[in-house]
Design a protein around this ligand. Structure first.
Ligand code: PSV
Ligand code: MN
Length: 381
């Protein structure tokens, strides 16, 4: 039963995890890094090859702009993976200094909207069913712009995108506490994202990026609430110690990841309608193994969450047995699920240890030797 649920798990990796990345201070180059979206997809296919549960890769436009998206989708299929969410990017153009869809100038708003609609065109071409929207929009200084007018502009743009969505397509609206704007952020929290999505209808849902909350925020409460309302569209998984650190999921707080997966499963969200995506950067660690480790961390948290004896938990809760209920949860969390996952992988025809199998495969030596010349992909590529 648990194995069956784990076998069906789907975790999406992001194309940008395979390119060079860094901090505001330095982007570190690594050997073998992809030079174009085709090579990024080839690397993503390796993560799927060794884990068996990462069959799609998210694109970020324009970082992954190509002449033919249909051809890119064909390339992905040949490598055994598919195109996942299309991520819009209205934050890397001089025009967007004061915002994109909430910019005070209608011409800039029109340009941003045109980009969002182009992303839906790309969904049509690639067969992707999910558009992910994150806006860097906001203001730095009190009085800089009208908070309410910016919400109106946001609502107008979201509504135009919503109208353009085809059958079976949806958008996920992402929120983030702050950054790059520091005074007002136009979509700062799940409540704002939720309110916009509720107005629009069922094709608009909220995406929870685990790195986008204030310290101490109870993310699993947000997950439980959104699921209850049918508004949880998916996750951008990563870890944070301070702000939007984009470190490997499960690295900073594996217990939090377990609690989130526990709510996902309990709330009926463990289905293909919830997008389990990674949104990470590997600045100092090798990228493909960084993604493999992250996928394994999600699998481990999921396995533990599936192990919770829900009948025993419900009985303890009904009896008001505080310590007993807590113990049921902790028993599952403290179980070593690595042998179970190793067994499952062998049943799936995979090596029991994906990290070791990838290291042994020789893929890294091959890309490091082959990918010379050209420009490595990185932020803005
Ligand atoms: C913003 O911080 C974000 O989480 C959004 O998902 C972006 O599209 C992504 O990071 C880019 O790395
Ligand atoms: Mn994100």
């Amino acid at each position: 039963m648990i194995k069956e649920a784990l076998r069906k798990q789907r975790i999406e990796t992001p194309s940008w995890a395979y390119g060079n990345s860094g901090t505001r201070f330095k982007v570190f180059a690594q050997p073998g890094v992809p030079r174009d979206p085709y090579e990024k997809i080839a690397d993503a296919a390796q993560v799927h090859r060794f884990t068996g549960v990462a069959p799609t890769v998210a694109l970020h436009i324009p970082w992954d702009r190509v002449d033919s998206y249909a051809d890119l989708a064909r390339h992905a299929a040949e490598l055994g993976v598919g195109i996942g969410a299309i991520n819009s990017n209205v934050f890397q153009d001089d025009d967007y200094k004061l915002g994109s869809v909430t910019h005070p100038d209608p011409a800039v708003r029109a340009k941003a909207l045109a980009h969002l609609l182009e992303c839906v065109d790309i969904m049509d071409e690639t067969g992707s069913d999910t558009l992910k929207l994150w806006f860097s929009d906001g203001t730095n200084y009190p009085g800089q712009d009208d908070i309410r007018a910016r919400q109106d502009r946001l609502a107008e743009a979201l509504s135009s995108v919503y109208e353009r969505l085809g059958d079976g397509q949806r958008f996920l609206l992402e929120y983030k506490l702050f950054e790059p704007a520091f005074y007002v952020t136009d979509v700062p929290d799940w409540g704002t994202a939720y309110a916009h999505c509720v107005r629009l209808g069922p094709k608009a849902q909220v995406v929870v990026d685990t790195g986008h909350h204030a310290p101490g925020t109870n993310i699993e409460f947000i997950v439980a609430f959104l699921l209850r309302e049918g508004k949880l569209g998916g996750f951008d998984f990563n870890s944070r110690f301070y702000a939007d650190d984009d470190l490997m999921v499960g690295a900073a707080d594996p217990f939090q990841l377990f609690r989130i997966m526990f709510e996902v499963i309990g709330g009926g969200g463990y289905t293909e309608r919830t997008a389990f995506m990674l949104d990470q950067c590997h600045n100092i660690e090798p990228k493909i193994p960084g993604q493999i480790r992250s996928v394994m961390n999600v699998q481990e948290a999921t396995a533990k969450a599936l192990l919770v004896d829900r009948d025993a938990l419900a009985a303890a809760q009904r009896a008001g047995d505080v310590l007993g209920a807590n113990a049921v949860l902790m028993d599952a969390y403290n179980t070593d699920v690595r042998p179970l996952l190793a067994e499952l992988r062998e049943e799936m025809g995979l090596a029991p240890d994906p990290m070791a199998a990838y290291a042994k495969s020789g893929y890294f030596a091959k890309i490091a030797a082959d990918r010379v010349g050209g420009n490595q992909a990185g932020w803005g590529a």
